[in-house]
Design a protein around this ligand. Structure first.
Ligand code: ZN
Length: 425
């Protein structure tokens, strides 16, 4: 991928920007109807009726722009603007949401991709290299613990046992939910791809950094590594009124030391480190009972795996110290360990150049949340483009992005796709 720099598009004029703003806003409202609640929330779980209706609407957008539409074996939608050769430049994001989420997470990326490819199709016609818009079926793991289901299907990383073993809260298996949408779980391997030249995922930032920097577009350098531990302290429960203080083995008192240590570990590590105790199970849990058994989760994130290792050592050492101090037992295990993922440097360079040509404000930043692009990046060049989240809100009804920032992001995506699909040899 050696790109001649003189082949840039000229910046969009005000009329084109106004068109894109109107179209993107209409699409956002259109998708919001599928799973939208009276409080502004959106709940669009994979393979639900709302999900199917949203996918049908997206398919209409794609075919209305002259793209060839296709559904893969897990229900992901693609709209293809055909070029020559086998290789495909892929762009888009996911359609499913968390429960009680917002209208922008995932959906805005699909909309931005649709708008950008629609603009290119109308203005420039067929590309040299095919472009496909992606409306991915499942990213959030909000109905099943499917964990990047659609992206894993594209990489052939779904094991044959998964459709029957994953169950939602009502006991419905992934396979059954697929069949209700007319999809055959036995055909999942057919979703695997080998033809992706590049994947560019537009997405909301889901944090406050772009807004704080008054910046319209983020070029994402990497997705930070995530580690989750479970800590368990076992002491002895008993009557809160009769056991003297010097004879107690209170598991929650030990755990409380860890809650504070988790926060201090992230602060002392600095450099973007974050750490959270997100759940605490206290047993027996009565107001007049000494806590005898406590389980807690610790989620910590950083861009450098060696730093994650150091944080883990500090936290488990703290757990052992609390166990000695309070005469409770201590056990720990790793629930999740996702290494940091670096995005493709050449794609980042193309996006940065596209930001300069679009004359928008931009910065490089890491992603603290997980995304489909980090899965695709295991096998194909991948990158992400962020637009700001108002007040940093995400996974809640207040998700929003200023429409001018959406348009700036679409313009950068247009320039990026132009470089990758029309200019690149
Ligand atoms: Zn998302």
């Amino acid at each position: 991928l050696v790109l001649p720099p003189e082949t840039a598009l000229s910046p969009l004029d005000d009329g084109a920007k106004a068109d894109l703003a109107r179209t993107a806003a209409e699409m956002l409202e259109g998708l919001r109807r599928h799973g939208g609640g009276p409080d502004g929330s959106v709940t669009r779980l994979v393979y639900s009726q709302e999900w199917a209706a949203a996918m049908a609407e997206v398919e209409g957008w794609l075919s209305g722009r002259g793209l060839e539409t296709r559904v893969d074996a897990v229900g992901t939608r693609f709209g293809r603007l055909a070029g020559v050769g086998e290789q495909v430049v892929l762009t888009g994001s996911h359609i499913d949401s968390v429960s009680g989420g917002g209208a922008y997470d995932g959906a805005l990326g699909v909309i931005m991709a649709t708008c950008a490819v629609g603009w290119l199709a109308r203005a420039l016609g067929a590309p040299r290299r095919s472009i496909e818009v992606l409306a991915n079926c499942e990213e959030e793991s909000s109905r099943f613990a499917g964990n990047f289901w659609g992206a894993r299907a594209m990489l052939g990383l779904i094991s044959p046992a998964e459709p029957d073993s994953l169950r939602d809260a009502h006991g419905v298996t992934m396979g059954e939910a697929m069949r209700r949408c007319g999809l055959d779980p036995a055909r999942i391997p057919e979703a695997a791809r080998s033809d992706i030249a590049a994947f560019v995922e537009p997405h909301i930032e889901q944090g406050p950094r772009l807004e704080a920097a008054h910046t319209q577009v983020g070029v994402v350098e990497r997705v930070v590594g995530v580690r989750q531990l479970e800590f368990r302290f076992e002491g002895s429960s008993g009557h809160a009124g009769t056991i003297p203080m010097d004879q107690r083995r209170d598991a929650l008192v030990a755990a409380a030391e860890l809650v504070d240590l988790v926060r201090r570990t992230a602060l002392e590590t600095g450099d973007g480190a974050v750490a959270t105790v997100g759940s605490l199970d206290v047993h027996p849990g009565g107001s007049n009972q000494i806590p005898g058994d406590v389980r807690m989760t610790v989620d910590f994130r950083h861009a450098d795996e060696a730093v994650l290792d150091a944080m883990e050592r500090q936290l488990t050492a703290g757990g052992r110290a609390a166990h000695k101090r309070h005469s409770v037992s201590f056990a720990t295990h790793v629930r999740l360990s996702q290494p940091p993922v670096e995005f493709d440097r050449r794609l980042q360079d193309v996006m940065m150049r596209s930001c300069e040509q679009a004359s928008c404000s931009w910065m490089r930043l890491p992603s603290g949340a997980g995304h489909d692009a980090q899965v695709i990046a295991r096998r194909f060049p991948a990158a992400m483009l962020f637009v700001p989240s108002r007040n940093g809100h995400s996974h809640r009804p207040e998700e929003a992005t200023d429409i001018a920032d959406v348009v700036a992001g679409i313009e950068v995506l247009i320039g990026t796709l132009h470089q990758l699909a029309y200019v690149a040899p």
